[in-house]
Ligand binder design. Structure first.
Ligand code: HEC
Ligand code: HEC
Length: 278
């Protein structure tokens, strides 16, 4: 269990890290003498969702996150569930955790050049990561997901900097080598994801028509590399070399996957990341 300190940032709507992926480039900030607060990564367990009326709003949100296929089927366009990437129902601090997010939204994103609510951000993953469509703003399913994330964020002060947010940063010191990535995939990934990348009963697809689309965060090589490094093979996170994680990410993301017609509207005011694949 980690105790992490973080600066309580001023309630800024505009964040300079409003990019797709919040890849960590620095150590967590040190607490200062004045407006600092220690934030512990201590989310409640889903087993403790209360039986109250509030709990009745939260529980469906949890169920959608862990079984999106069943509980939000009409909005999903591939074979993925939120928890396939936001591991352990969004509770895993190495996999773009949901913990604390209610305290940092709304947030400006260069992707659409406006302030995004937490519900907007959830819908972005529905449209891209799940290759589906956005839920209507008054949808009880959307409200349930937001209620679940808000419940996971309790005790985190509004505007706090979350040391565990996003994905752990890793670097590659040489040009990408998708040929090596292909070998890494065959040796370390195909066993679960299938040699054709289309998934098996043991693991979801990583490319092909049932995978995330080209406008998803995971379609960026830096994002996939850090996710893979810290979490894959599943249960053996941190076992790959950084260069191998980058190469296998480049190989996976060079394979065919669904397009996203609305991509032409992205980054209307600039700020497109260098590794965006379009
Ligand atoms: C032991 C089986 C196993 C191995 C080996 C494995 N994975 Fe996974 N992978 C999984 C499972 C299971 C999930 C979904 C996690 C969950 O739902 O908890 C997953 C999720 C993923 C995801 C995000 C979801 C998706 O399908 O897009 C990516 C990307 C991924 N793995 C890439 C890799 C890569 C690259 C390797 C090789 C370095 C690898 N995995 C090795 C089991 C495995
Ligand atoms: C294919 C993998 C994948 C799937 C499936 C997926 N996401 Fe995401 N999601 C990501 C990645 C990668 C990010 C970017 C993380 C970052 O900013 O560092 C992200 C970001 C987010 C964020 C913002 C995180 C932050 O720190 O601001 C939210 C909220 C979110 N996703 C919710 C969801 C929900 C809810 C679902 C299911 C309906 C879902 N996602 C499905 C990969 C996925």
């Amino acid at each position: 269990m980690w105790l992490l300190s973080a600066i309580l940032a001023m309630a800024m709507l505009v964040s300079c890290s409003g990019e797709n992926a919040r890849v960590k480039t620095e150590k967590p900030p040190e607490a200062d003498q004045t407006g600092s607060v220690a934030i512990e990564f201590a989310p409640p367990s889903p087993e403790t969702i209360p039986g109250s009326q509030l709990g009745e709003q939260i529980r469906p949100g949890y169920l959608i996150v862990v079984n999106t296929q069943e509980y939000a089927r009409p909005y999903v366009g591939n074979r993925l569930n939120c928890t396939n990437c936001h591991l352990d129902g969004g509770l895993n601090p190495n996999a773009a955790s949901f913990v604390g997010l209610a305290a940092v939204y709304p947030e400006y994103r260069a992707l659409n050049a406006r302030a995004n609510t937490l519900a907007d951000r959830v819908n972005e993953c529905f449209e891209r990561s799940l290759n589906g469509r956005a839920l209507p703003p008054d949808s009880s399913k959307l409200q349930a997901i937001v209620a679940y994330i808000t419940w996971l964020s309790r005790g985190v002060p509004q505007g706090a900097t979350l040391p565990w947010r996003g994905l752990q940063f890793i670097d590659s010191r040489r040009p990408l080598d998708p040929g090596n990535g292909k070998k890494v995939f065959a040796n370390k990934c195909a066993f679960c994801h299938g040699s054709d990348g289309l998934g098996t009963t043991a693991a979801p697809p990583v490319w092909g028509p049932q995978s995330y689309n080209i406008a998803a965060d995971m379609a960026r090589v830096t994002v996939a590399a850090v996710f893979i490094k810290s979490n894959m093979p599943r249960s053996w996170g941190w076992s790959l070399l950084d260069d191998d994680a980058y190469d296998v990410a480049a190989y996976v993301n060079s394979q065919a996957r669904p397009d996203f017609a609305e991509k032409i509207r992205d980054w209307p005011k600039g700020g497109k990341p260098a590794d965006a694949p379009y």
